[in-house]
Design a protein around this ligand. Structure first.
Ligand code: ADP
Length: 498
């Protein structure tokens, strides 16, 4: 057996007797380090300041007899063995010492069983410590359960063994004894009780826990929706944790209803915009054609004012045609189903530079790009989106060489595509407004347009699950950026919904 270290506090007036005790401990395979005390004050200090494994007290130490030493030891609240050794004292005294709380009593002339007594008492002290720790743990857990906002109960054979305060409150009860010993069945409508007994509890035997929703009944008979979990604990006990989710359920229902209403009204609006713009095209074409015929056939035959009026009609009709055609494309974006494909944004931009060749040449523009990814997207919509952004970047520019740079960065399953220009810039207070349909910041005579391009861009980006925004200052160029979930995210989302 290997030697065990042992810190021994010896209450002993005789150095020789102390050595005797220590020798016995060594013989019993302890490696003791020890301190001898023989006064009350030093005993108090030693108990307070050092970490002892055992106290061994001689019964007869002048001014510090064992009964006094034991009292001082008990005041220190240490739970280590206190063993009394003595010369000849009677059995009665020994019994009294044990009654007072000493752990063992040995005669000085027969110390052979001292090591064994110390070992046994150390073991018992350890067990006592473990019990105390377990008690502390249980007390803490109980305090946590009592403080919990969720209702917690322990059930056994249908009856409540334990309930916290929130559980009582949840079901509308005030006093513990109203439910203690009662069956849980009084808390649910009979249909729910049947479901628990026939469907949920049988599952618990293999799954060990269940979580779901239930309809419950309060003490006053009103019902409410409960989120509830049951967990099988040892000894056939069941732990129930529950919370009232009536309000959450009501808000979810309201939100669903609102979403459905919103979707319906959006669809109706889109339908209206589509039908209106589609049907307006024909009469408008007529107005414009006949106004042009009027101009061709009667120009100069009426007075100057009539000529001016005819040209106003032609201009107005032309502008209205542009507006209506853009409105039609805007409503078409929302109506068509996305045709998701692997789409190279680099190829789209390359192609676009040749599509926009005339504008690029006349405006002396330079278009560059870097890192453009291949994404899962609708290629027609991506073309429309990038074309709007690039055309705007060239249009809203007064520099001799309009410069447009398109780049992409990737972060957390998302691509951010940015179109940066050296144009006239935008006052940040209008950064949101420009994405709203028909909102323009310039007069037609300065920059032509209908105010629909960015609204279409926003719709396309949102249909792809992204967001669009602009960073700009007046006179300092603009950067339009939009996000696109990367292929992995789009693939998983479309797989999940299919
Ligand atoms: P349109 O160009 O037909 O007016 P858009 O919806 O494309 O319509 O743009 C809305 C408004 O946003 C424009 O009228 C313009 O004032 C502003 N804008 C768009 N792009 C830019 C840009 N790159 N630089 C500065 N202003 C811009």
């Amino acid at each position: 057996m290997s030697n065990e270290p042992l810190h021994v506090l010896l209450i002993e007036d005789s150095e020789d007797d102390a050595r005797l005790v220590i020798r016995e401990l060594k013989r019993g395979n302890f490696t003791p380090d020890w301190q001898r005390v023989q006064s009350e004050a030093i005993l108090r200090t030693q108990l307070k300041t050092a970490a002892w494994d055992v106290v061994i007290a001689d019964y007869r130490v002048p001014e510090l007899e064992a009964p006094l030493a034991l009292k001082i030891f008990q005041q220190s609240q240490l739970d280590i063995p206190f063993i009394v050794v003595s010369g000849a004292i009677g059995e009665k005294v020994a019994v009294e010492m044990m009654k007072a709380g000493a752990h063992d009593y040995l005669m000085k002339d027969d110390l052979t069983r001292l090591p064994e007594a110390v070992r046994r008492e150390l073991r018992e002290a350890k067990v006592r410590q473990q019990h105390r720790n377990a008690e502390i743990l249980i007390r803490r857990q109980l305090a946590a359960m009592e403080a919990a906002i969720d209702g917690i109960a322990i059930l056994q054979a249908d009856h409540h063994l334990y309930m916290n305060h929130s559980y009582l409150k949840l079901f509308g009860y005030d006093q513990l004894d109203e439910l203690t010993g009662q069956s849980w069945k009084c808390l649910y409508p009979s249909k729910m009780v049947d479901r628990f007994e026939n469907e949920i509890f049988p599952k618990l035997e293999s799954a060990l826990s269940w979580q779901g929703e239930a309809i419950a009944t309060r003490k006053d008979g009103t019902t409410f929706v409960l989120e509830l979990s049951y967990t099988l604990a040892g000894g056939g006990e069941l732990v129930a944790v529950c919370r009232d989710i009536t309000e959450r359920k009501q808000s979810e229902k309201k939100l669903k209803q609102l979403n459905a209403d919103l979707m319906r009204s959006n669809q109706e609006l889109e339908q209206f915009a589509y039908v209106a713009s589609h049907d307006l095209q024909e009469p408008l074409r007529k107005i414009r054609n006949f106004a042009e015929l009027l101009a061709q056939n009667y120009q100069g035959q009426m007075d100057e004012r009539a000529d001016r009026y005819i040209s106003y009609v032609t201009e107005g009709a032309t502008r209205m045609q542009a507006l209506i055609s853009d409105l039609l494309s805007f409503s078409c974006v929302g109506r068509a189903v996305l045709n998701l494909k692997s789409t190279s944004l680099e190829m789209i931009v390359q192609q676009m530079t040749s599509d926009l060749e005339t504008v690029i040449r006349t405006r002396n523009a330079v278009i560059s790009f870097e890192n453009l990814p291949t994404v899962l997207a609708d290629p027609t919509r991506m073309r429309q989106l990038l074309q709007n952004l690039i055309s705007n970047a060239i249009k809203y520019c007064q520099a001799d060489v309009p410069t447009v740079h398109i780049r992409a960065t990737h972060d957390n399953h998302t691509w951010i595509i940015s179109v940066q220009d050296n144009g006239i810039g935008i006052d940040p207070q209008y950064a949101d407004r420009i994405f709203v349909i028909f909102q323009r910041l310039h007069h037609q005579k300065d920059y032509s347009g209908t105010g629909i391009g960015l609204a279409i861009c926003k719709k396309i980006v949102e249909l792809h699950g992204g967001q669009i925004w602009v960073d700009s200052q007046e006179g300092q160029g603009s950067t339009f950026s939009f996000t696109l979930p990367d292929s992995y995210t789009i693939t998983s989302a479309s797989q999940a919904s299919s």
